[in-house]
Design a binder for this molecule. Structure first.
Ligand code: HEC
Length: 397
């Protein structure tokens, strides 16, 4: 029953998390697009009002004409809309999901004893340390290096190095699946913290100055912009880290930390292509295809590097594994977590009938995706995986 309710919490939080993330990323992509497509108006009345950029768009049967003011406008006549709940609710639902899935079952999902042997509690505490630690380091880099002349490039390089180091460290400490997710969650936490600690407070100060008739200090706008540009480049890397946990071959190998880094770099390059493309469009020049090509090439290189090694050929007349042989493997490698009492994901495999009933799922989990046994806790061998594969492909007799 506990596992059943936990699964419900998992489903509902995941649903919420995907919805809020779509709302956050969607509005953030929209504003980046908007900002990059604005053109300086020529009409005197707009310039007189302080409008620095405007554009026309058509959507859902209506015409829209957003205008951007360089400094705060002199007066705002109607309600001022803010954008922050998209970000906060994404972080809250994500953290909830991380708690239900990884912290609650830290012994199963965070700890992989073949990688690093420690208690579930220590692993959970270290995972939380990654989330807070990355924010403190990243924020420190922006506060110090970000003030310098060529600050943007220096900050970019420093933050990238910290992410690489964190990916490496996470993969030395946690089960691969958890390590990838944790690196994504760590960057996503910094994204939300950027909104909470810098972007929104800066905007509040500017609005308060405007209301009081004081000139606003442009530093708030600059700082907010710096963090919001970082958030744009973080988006694609975070999303691939979040989705990676469905793909065992991505996070299980010996060089998994490098695989994660390459995927995230590819995401950032592709995002850069889109951002630069918007600007190129306004200027009427060619978009910088090189970035998109570099990102795609990085992914293709991984496709080749991670290709499964061909398994030793089995003679065509090799006998089909018997039911007893299959049951022996399942008893030894799976039943620990899939029996009458413990039924992970509602799957139990302790009788021949159940094995037959779940034949396809066994084949997929143990031989195709190799997600099972979880973290290979029961040390299944390649020969045993091959045996399950031959059995299923012969019709699971
Ligand atoms: C150490 C415990 C453990 C062992 C050993 C184990 N599993 Fe699992 N299994 C789990 C957990 C935990 C889940 C739920 C995974 C999740 O929520 O992503 C699961 C889920 C599954 C699922 C359902 C997958 C889905 O997403 O619907 C199947 C099928 C499965 N296991 C088959 C096997 C097979 C076959 C073996 C043996 C080769 C095996 N398991 C060994 C813990 C284990």
């Amino acid at each position: 029953m506990d596992a059943y309710l936990l699964d419900w919490a998992n489903l509902l939080l995941r649903w919420l998390h995907v919805i809020t993330a779509i709302a956050w990323v969607g509005s953030s992509f929209y504003f980046v697009w908007l900002d990059n497509h604005l053109i300086k108006p020529k009409s005197p009345d707009l310039l007189e009002k302080g409008v620095d950029g405007a554009l026309w768009a058509v959507h859902g049967g209506g015409f829209y004409n957003p205008q951007k003011y360089m400094m705060a406008p002199r007066k705002i006549h109607t309600e001022l809309h803010w954008f922050y709940w998209e970000s906060y609710s994404t972080w809250l639902s994500g953290f909830g999901l991380f708690t239900v899935l990884y912290l609650w079952n830290a012994g199963t999902f965070l700890v992989d004893k073949s990688i690093f042997e420690w208690t579930p509690f220590a692993a959970g505490a270290a995972a939380l340390g990654f989330l807070a630690g990355f924010w403190l380091i990243y924020d420190g880099i922006c506060r110090t290096l970000g003030q310098r002349e060529n600050g943007d490039t220096v900050v970019g390089v420093a933050v990238a190095l910290v992410v690489v180091a964190a990916s490496w460290a996470a993969c030395q400490l946690f089960a691969g699946r958890a390590a990838f997710l944790l690196v994504g969650a760590m960057i996503a936490t910094a994204m939300s913290a950027n909104v909470f600690f810098w972007i929104i407070p800066g905007q509040r100060t500017v609005v308060a100055d405007m209301m009081a008739g004081r000139p606003a200090d442009p530093i708030h706008g600059k700082r907010g912009k710096q963090r919001s540009v970082h958030n744009t480049y973080f988006t694609l890397p975070v999303l691939v880290a979040m989705l990676s946990n469905h793909y065992g071959w991505l996070y299980q190998g010996r060089w998994n930390w490098l695989v994660l880094v390459v995927m995230m770099v590819a995401g950032a390059l592709i995002r850069h292509f889109f951002v630069a493309r918007h600007k190129a469009h306004v200027k009427g020049v060619q978009p910088p295809w090189g970035y998109a090509a570099a990102g795609t090439a990085a992914i293709l290189a991984l496709v080749v590097a991670l290709a499964p090694k061909p398994t030793a050929a089995v003679a065509a007349d090799a006998p089909v594994p018997t039911r007893a042989e299959v049951k022996a493997v399942i008893d030894q490698r799976c039943v620990l977590c899939h029996n009458a009492q413990v039924q992970q994901k509602n799957v139990s495999l302790h009788t021949p009938e159940l094995i037959k009933q779940h034949a396809l799922a066994i084949y997929q989990q143990a031989t195709v995706t190799k997600l099972m046994p979880l973290n290979n806790a029961t040390q299944i061998t390649d020969a045993e995986r091959a045996l399950l594969k031959r059995w299923y492909e012969a019709g699971a007799p």
